[in-house]
Design a protein around this ligand. Structure first.
Ligand SMILES: [Zn+2]
Length: 277
């Protein structure tokens, strides 16, 4: 093996990706590869066509009925095969395919830096998170998304609109609202806790500015679970030394479409924002 900077300067797939992109932050690196792919496929308006992405990356998408995960990536004679679990809804599958495409960026960086030969081609939790980030970028590119939500209140109407226009799950749309928001906004996902009694709900929170807002499910969330209808409530939060009014809108999710949750457990998503920002 030729001794050059590529052979010894890189110790992981994440650093290989950063080096290849010439970026200091891994997030900037993955976003660069995503925006290149979006440009190469000449896509400008949502919904973004994942078949065009796959084709450009020399990847074939197949249903993998034996799969017990969302998706997987295999290499076959210079081509990639993305196996997706057919049990999930179309919008969740679109996210999975884009997540696996993001792994291809790491794969190619790993080849470029001979990581396989050095047995440094292990995928990490960091890579998984970055691939979720990449999937969000491919389906809801920053620029397009930011101009779409500009001047809008981060409420359920906007959430549903993003989900249908960008053809993404409501969870993916909610996470992207938080990621790219310029104002305080949080998403709380409620699901029944396996370790508690059947009525206990556990929140999983993605937040911009807000701390953990709820430790127990408010009555509206429980009502939303049983009526299967959106509910809104006002809540109070002490932030920045003063009392702030919050609006919390809740919506039941369909597990098959969202795909991240146990299908036997009802899930509610709450979007929280300041009443008077
Ligand atoms: Zn993955």
């Amino acid at each position: 093996m030729q001794k050059n900077s590529k052979t010894f300067a890189v110790s992981s797939r994440v650093s290989a990706l950063k080096r290849l992109a010439r970026r200091k932050s891994p997030r900037a690196a993955i976003e660069l590869f995503c925006s290149r792919l979006i440009k190469q496929t000449r896509q400008r308006v949502p919904p973004f066509d994942i078949d065009k992405y796959a084709h450009k990356m020399r990847a074939r998408v197949v249903d993998d009925a034996a799969s017990n995960v969302h998706g997987n990536l295999e290499k076959e004679r210079g081509y990639y095969v993305i196996g997706v679990n057919p049990r999930f809804g179309l919008q969740r599958k679109r996210f999975t395919v884009c997540h696996e495409i993001s792994h291809i960026f790491f794969e190619e960086a790993s080849v470029a830096f001979y990581l396989r030969a050095k047995r440094l081609d292990r995928q990490t939790v960091t890579e998984e998170k970055l691939c979720d980030r990449g999937a969000a970028e491919l389906l809801m590119p920053t620029e397009t998304f930011v101009s779409f939500v500009k001047g809008r209140i981060p409420d359920l109407t906007l959430l549903k609109e993003i989900s249908s226009v960008f053809d993404v799950s409501r969870t993916a749309a909610a996470n992207r609202i938080v990621e790219l928001a310029t104002q305080p906004v949080a998403v709380v996902v409620w699901f029944k806790s396996e370790s508690h009694a059947a009525v206990s709900l556990s929140p999983k929170q993605f937040s911009k500015t807000f701390p953990n807002l709820f430790t127990v499910a408010p009555p509206e969330v429980k009502a939303c679970l049983s009526d299967k209808a959106p509910k809104s409530q006002e809540a109070t939060w002490f932030g920045g030394g003063r009392e702030r009014r919050l609006i919390c809108e809740s919506l039941p999710l369909i597990s098959k479409t969202e795909g991240d949750y146990n299908p036997n457990v009802p899930v509610v998503l709450s979007l929280v924002r300041l009443a008077d920002p």
